[in-house]
Ligand binder design. Structure first.
Ligand code: HEM
Length: 294
């Protein structure tokens, strides 16, 4: 899946910059992540050459006290090859004709390399099971702080009576969309109870491993039931729109209502990230056709 995104960046690099003939993303161990190369260039020869060249470049940078190696430019009679760091242990290799403007080559490759680095790092974040990460790392990724955890727990007495009506509105919104309604058919009462329990758990004060596992279970249950990430994202978007006015109306102190609104929105992001990780792992497993571990 990330290959498709990286491919998109390579395609744009080659299409948008005159005289750039091709590009490839290669890991330090020689693995080719994605490539968009002219037919005349053999991808395995390119990745083998880059992998062989890299230690020399690293050695030279160290010996000449240049600091961490960021890029290597090779200029030959009939063209240039630019290697540029695109994340840990990953290089973007750009091949250009001799008439390329060097400044344009450096600039276009530099910005493609940073985009690729961002794509790869977000994919490796999503591909790691949430349960294998410390709760702390997950709080940091979503911005859900310890102060937020205290705030969310503190507002429980104000918000608890509003939750059943939020669940009703949430359910009505899902049912209004025919594709979602088909998935919900015949399970209204059961699912409304499930959603109320989940919403109450948001204010329970426990955001540790059990809470994280329960969010992962949502991803698993949804995958089983055919609830796609897009439907889930739509459900979450609805909740992000409905909570702020309800919090303002139910919490008497204005400053508390405002702080609590931010905390609840970050809590929803925290939950969504965990569920999305589960979805991503399922998709990656399907893509690689890897059998399920458990
Ligand atoms: C804010 C977004 C959503 C949240 C927080 C959420 C939460 C949950 C939870 C807690 C469960 C029970 C998981 C378990 O068995 O452990 C569940 C199951 C389910 N959800 Fe959602 N859900 C959301 C959005 C949606 C949407 C948009 C649909 C689609 C129409 C949907 C349809 C279902 C269905 C059909 C099940 C039952 C799966 C089964 O048969 O086991 N959910 N959801």
């Amino acid at each position: 899946m990330h290959d498709a995104h990286v491919n998109g960046v390579l395609q744009a690099l080659v299409t948008n910059t005159p005289s750039i003939q091709g590009a490839a993303v290669i890991q330090a161990d020689g693995q080719l992540v994605a490539c968009h190369l002219p037919q005349s260039l053999d991808e395995s020869r390119l990745s083998a050459t880059v992998t062989a060249m890299l230690p020399h470049g690293l050695g030279m940078a160290a010996a000449l006290e240049c600091g961490k190696l960021e890029q290597l430019l090779l200029t030959g009679e009939i063209g240039h090859v630019l290697l540029r760091e695109a994340g840990p242990q990953t290089m973007l290799c750009t091949v250009a004709k001799p008439n390329v403007q060097l400044e344009a080559l450096l600039q276009a490759s530099g910005s493609a390399a940073s985009r690729i680095s961002r794509i790869l790092s977000s994919m490796s974040f999503l591909a790691t099971p949430s349960s294998e990460r410390s709760p702390q790392a997950l709080y940091e990724a979503s911005g859900f702080t310890e102060a937020d955890q205290t705030l969310v727990t503190q507002i429980w007495p104000y918000i608890r009576t509003s939750l059943p009506s939020i669940v009703d509105r949430f359910y009505q919104t899902l049912e209004a969309e025919p594709q979602m309604a088909a998935l919900l058919a015949g399970r209204a009462e059961m699912l409304k109870r499930v959603y109320l329990t989940w919403m109450e758990s948001l204010f329970s004060g426990d955001y540790g491993p059990d809470f994280i596992r329960r969010q992962e279970d949502i991803g698993k249950a949804h995958t089983r039931a055919g609830v796609t990430p897009v439907f889930f994202a739509a459900g979450m978007a609805f909740l992000r729109s409905v909570f702020p006015p309800v919090l303002r109306a139910s919490i008497p102190r204005e400053d508390l209502a405002e702080d609590a609104t931010g905390a609840v929105l970050r809590l929803l992001i925290f939950c969504q990230q965990i569920v999305d990780c589960k979805y991503t792992q399922t998709l990656l497993r399907l893509e690689k056709n890897v059998p399920k571990a458990k």
